[in-house]
Design a protein around this ligand. Sequence first.
Ligand code: B12
Length: 321
Amino acid sequence: MASFNDDSAQYLISTVSKRSGVKSDLVRAWERRYQAVTPTRTAGGHRVYTDQDIARLKLLNQATSNGHSISQIARFSLDDLKNLLKNETGTTVQALPALTYAAHDRIYLAEDYIEKCYATVLAFDARSLESHFENAIVELGSEAFIEHLLTPLLTRIGDRWKTGELRPVHEHMTSAIIRSLTYILRNNNPCAADSPRMIVSTPIGQLHELGALLAAIMAELKGWQVTYLGANLPAEEIAAAVKYTNARAVTISLSFSTDDHVVPKELRRLKKLIGNNVALIVGGRAAAHFKSVLDEVEVLNIQSYEHFRRLLDKLGTNGVE
Ligand code: B12
């Protein structure tokens, strides 16, 4: 059996991920895009890594959490990485923040990516789309990726579907890739046990789920412990989840403006079940359509991701006032 710190020691990616704190998908992305580590392969084709690789990944994880761009540090030696981090201990750790870009640069970069990604969607090239997404997550950081790339890209795909330039299958391919990337996008760092909890879902009849999923990821990036329930749930089930988790907030996404009375009825019922001590947050492209019931049950109606982030900070610190 291999001894500790033996350079020939061999570990499968699941062990590497556990020991380095870097999710397996991200290890593969860093390897493929930046050669951050260069594993060998078993006869069966599985990647195997050394203790050195695990040490590198740990340091790279810390350095990217401190704001360094993986593209710039991926090939640093172990010593260079240690030196880089020497004076940076105690820095706030965030998930993939990509702080090396100024906000406006990130928006330009995202616009570039939108064009590249849209071209691969049009060409129905899932592999290239996935690879653009992985690069973009690393370069932009999760929040900017969601806000400035994914959301406008999905909206464009939806619009072009309507005009006939794309088919439903283009959107399905894109959505499936996004779901598979969810856990790279999510917070890589364990939440403190006492961080506030949130339930995210959509009410009965609201079948569009990506807006809710992205809002859930955003909340997690803000340090909330989020339980994402998917779409189309009755108020009773959402309220039960609040009880089980002792959640401080429920976030509901509304994407379909319909005049049936299901959404107003469900929101009234949900508010009644969760009471006034749990914040009820509603966002999404159709939220404005339901304004009168939102006002009536006093939900927190969110207009933008920036608004959402500010509200989460406030609720995270003070709870519902
Ligand atoms: C994919 C899709 C579907 C899929 C959904 C698959 C799934 N599992 O999610 C399926 C096939 C099920 C579907 C069904 C329908 N759809 Co549809 N669908 C879409 C499409 C193409 C993309 C939706 C999407 O995922 N967008 C990406 C997400 C990220 O965007 P979003 O939901 O708008 O969310 C944004 C914000 O609202 C925000 N957000 C969302 N929630 C929250 C919450 C918080 C707290 C925060 C901060 C932010 C936030 O995030 C995004 C930022 O802008 C859109 C077109 C489009 N341009 O969006 C139509 C669209 C939403 N669908 C539409 C329609 C009409 C339908 C159907 C009625 C079609 C039919 N005849 O059956 C049904 C209705 C289903 C229902 N009852 O809900 C219309 C809605 C129009 C309206 N009246 O509201 C749209 C706009 C298409 C169109 N231009 O006509 N659809």
